[in-house]
Design a protein. Structure first.
Lengths: 173, 300
């Protein structure tokens, strides 16, 4: 139990630093094609253990988002998207519950739940996160096409990083 | 009471979700639009330290490019050494001394009297004070830089700052050894720029905060016929920058449909604002004279 807490604290720190120190510099990347923002930190929310209480997921997501906001100088935007992803996680988990139910001691990882299940689950949470993030960033529905395009391109780039992370470390929990 | 508890257990996370989103919305609305100074100042103490440490490491990655830029600049400056030109600020005496030097090119001049001519047309007007950028940002709506030159190096507010391939900003406030520079990537900055060989001039402003590589050139009439690829240089009207300093090229020039008489011109900056570390502060020796006839400071 305490090992699980430590693991998630380390994962929080590593993903946060990776996001704000490395990926932030990659993201604006190509000039005048400002559609790709690589967001890896939602992986923290995705990988929280299955038995984490939903309010705790929301609070952790909120703090993760707020920490990222500090470095992006965008108060509230990442936090709003993270909280949304945290809430969406609960719904997606409920909808994707296998026939026998979950083993509550598991974490929703590729190693425990299988690649297909993980790919579907992580994609849904990531899409929700990115769409909410870009909607908040624009703060209007006037740029709906822009938001949509950004979501699509950023999703592809971000998922590439998520899968790289999963294949390199292949965490069990 | 029991019903209430059951209700909360069932929908508690939903209410927490709504509550947290409300907090986020409050943050976004309250601190958006450049009013986020309180939030930023408290958080940057934490974030700033981490970023500074990282910068110290990451700077090594840009060293080769920086060195190349400096080399290019050095070679350009070497071509302008005093020996290559007759410096107009020399008096008759110094010229004669120059002529006496055996290795001087002037000693070969057939008519020495012609050298004593003092050309008032090309008196030295601008002096460049080298400076290092010690802090910079490009990803905010209003960006500023800090340089390590201040009043003790004769830097005063409203002096121009140029980099190796273009203009960087305008000095805003100075302390003894430091100066804060309004970056060209700032909502309040407006630089008087002209189109080379076409003569039209307008104000260069930063309208798209997402793109630190481009600026807009405004107030150029439609009939000017500016096309993509045209060169944009400083106009020199303000006296802050010498005329003719290369700023960038026109990326696109659209005839916008809003019905006004101006072209929508996007300028691609030659200088990568994210990668400036060595700059020059432009000191105008004749600024006092200029201000006598242009008391309000003119255009930037």
């Amino acid at each position: 139990m305490s090992g699980l807490v430590t693991l998630n604290i380390i994962r929080f720190a590593v993903l946060l630093l990776l996001q704000v120190l490395v990926l932030k510099r990659l993201s604006p990347g190509i000039e005048s094609f400002n559609y790709i923002h690589i967001l890896l930190y939602p992986l923290f929310i995705i990988l929280l253990p299955l038995r984490t209480p939903r309010p705790l997921v929301l609070l952790l997501a909120f703090f993760m988002g707020l920490s990222v906001d500090m470095f992006y100088d965008s108060p509230g935007i990442h936090a709003a998207a993270s909280v949304f992803a945290g809430y969406l996680r609960g719904i997606v988990l409920y909808q994707m519950e296998p026939r026998g139910g979950y083993n509550v001691n598991f974490s929703p990882t590729k190693a425990k739940m299988g690649l297909r299940w993980f790919a579907g689950y992580a994609s849904l949470v990531m899409v929700g996160h990115l769409f909410f993030y870009f909607s908040m960033e624009a703060f209007t529905f006037a740029y709906l096409l822009d938001t949509f395009l950004k979501t699509v391109f950023s999703f592809i780039a971000s998922m590439a990083f998520v899968f790289s992370f999963m294949f390199v470390f292949n965490p069990e929990s | 009471m029991r019903n209430l508890l059951e209700f909360l257990a069932r929908f508690g996370s939903f209410f927490l979700f709504i509550l947290l989103e409300a907090v986020c919305f409050f943050l976004i609305v309250r601190f958006d639009d450049g009013k986020n100074r309180i939030f930023l100042s408290s958080t940057n103490a934490v974030a700033g330290f981490a970023l500074k440490q990282y910068d110290a490491i990451a700077d090594y990655a840009t060293l080769p490019r920086e060195m190349k830029q400096l080399q290019e600049e050095n070679s350009r400056l070497r071509a302008q050494l005093a020996d290559n030109y007759l410096d107009p600020s020399y008096t008759k005496d110094t010229i004669e001394e120059l002529v006496r030097r055996p290795d001087s090119i002037y000693s070969r001049a057939p008519d020495r009297d012609s050298l004593s001519l003092r050309d008032t047309l090309i008196t030295q007007r601008y002096v460049y004070i080298p400076a290092n950028v010690i802090s910079n940002s490009i990803n905010r709506r209003d960006n500023t830089l800090t340089i390590d030159r201040g009043t003790s190096q004769e830097v005063t507010p409203r002096m121009g700052v140029i980099g190796p391939q273009g203009i960087v900003g305008i000095v805003r406030t100075v302390s003894k050894n430091y100066a804060s520079v309004l970056s060209i990537l700032h909502a309040e900055t407006s630089i008087s720029a002209s189109v080379k060989h076409k003569g039209y001039f307008g104000s260069l402003v930063w309208r798209n905060p997402k793109d630190p590589g481009t600026m807009k050139l405004e107030a150029i009439p439609k009939h000017a016929g500016i096309a993509a690829g045209d060169t944009i240089v400083t106009s020199g009207f303000s006296g802050m920058f010498p005329a003719g300093i290369f700023i960038g090229t026109v990326a696109s020039a659209l005839r916008d449909t809003t019905g006004d008489n101006f072209q929508d011109i996007t300028v691609k900056l030659a200088l990568d604002m994210g990668n400036v570390s060595h700059v020059y502060v432009v000191q105008n020796k004749q600024l006092e004279d200029l201000r006598k006839v242009q008391p309000e400071g003119g255009r930037q």
